[in-house]
Design a protein around this ligand. Sequence first.
Ligand code: PLP
Length: 361
Amino acid sequence: MARVYNFSAGPAVLPEEVLREAAEEMLDYQGCGMSVMEMSHRSQTYDRIIKEAEADLRELMDIPANYKVLFLQGGASQQFAMIPMNLMKNRVADYIVTGQWAKKAYQEAALYGRANKIASSEDKTFSYIPDLTDLKISPDADYVYICENNTIYGTKFKTLPDTKGKPLVADVSSCFLSEPVDVSRYGLIYGGVQKNIGPAGVVIVIIREDLVTEDVLPGTPTMLRYKIHADNGSLYNTPPAYGIYICGKVFKWLKKQGGLAAMKAYNEKKAAILYDYLDESRLFRGTVRREDRSLMNVPFVTGDEALDAKFVKEAKEAGLENLKGHRSVGGMRASIYNAMPLEGVEKLVAFMKEFEARNMA
Ligand SMILES: *Cc1c(COP(=O)(O)O)cnc(C)c1O
């Protein structure tokens, strides 16, 4: 068996240790004679799995007691609708559009009310985070929305916008658990887990209790109400049970690594290896404004499409996979999530140096 270094943006690399453990437990979960995939979500065994997952996540992120943690389905994209359906009481919300995912969320919100684009970086292919100093927050906005880490473009909010007291809603799909966060600064944090936590099929929503109400837009389906899921401990219907079990294992793995402060230090070290090289390379360059660079997604180009394609192909042959950039940016993108070992980034940079030497006149 040979595992490759997988730089996919998502679904993405998971800790090998977690995958091995899951493999060991596949046929018989801790002596109960069945796989977690086969067990009732109402069983005591499963109840322990989901409760422990929530407790470990609360510990990792230091989630205050007045926040609910929900394990839902539908991916991050379903939240684009669920957020306005549940939170848009005045039918007004402000959106900062920093990439394709934020734009989709903004467009979805416009189906339900007045979505205001209060800042955008679309003029330069979303290669930077817009100036946040003097945002025109709407006085009647129900919330202010950001996509905190822009998976496709490789930008990250390094400071949070001043929302003038409005709840901040953040899509953290691609930076979830990559560093410590102050949960109390948000009204709602959510993310699909397939980028940095677990298998596709689970989305985690962390929401302040006062935002979980019966007062939702008319016609909101039962399954799309936060309150239903909060009141039922994410077990209103069958949850994505196996996915939650894997997320739980990743939470334990993160605790063993030293928690989110340790992950941040590790992620900074990994990203620096790649960015430092991009800054000195004569062949490759990063596409993002320096101060807005993501620790998780690193897009880069040579400036020559044919050479980019050659790079992606030869990297794959060298065991460095999924480096092709998103079609809207072109070039390459290395996603270096929590589970990407330092060695993977070192191997990538060594390969880039060798490629540069071979392809520069
Ligand atoms: C991948 C991604 C999404 C979409 O996730 P789905 O689970 O496929 O709906 C949304 N937001 C961000 C930031 C992402 O990276």
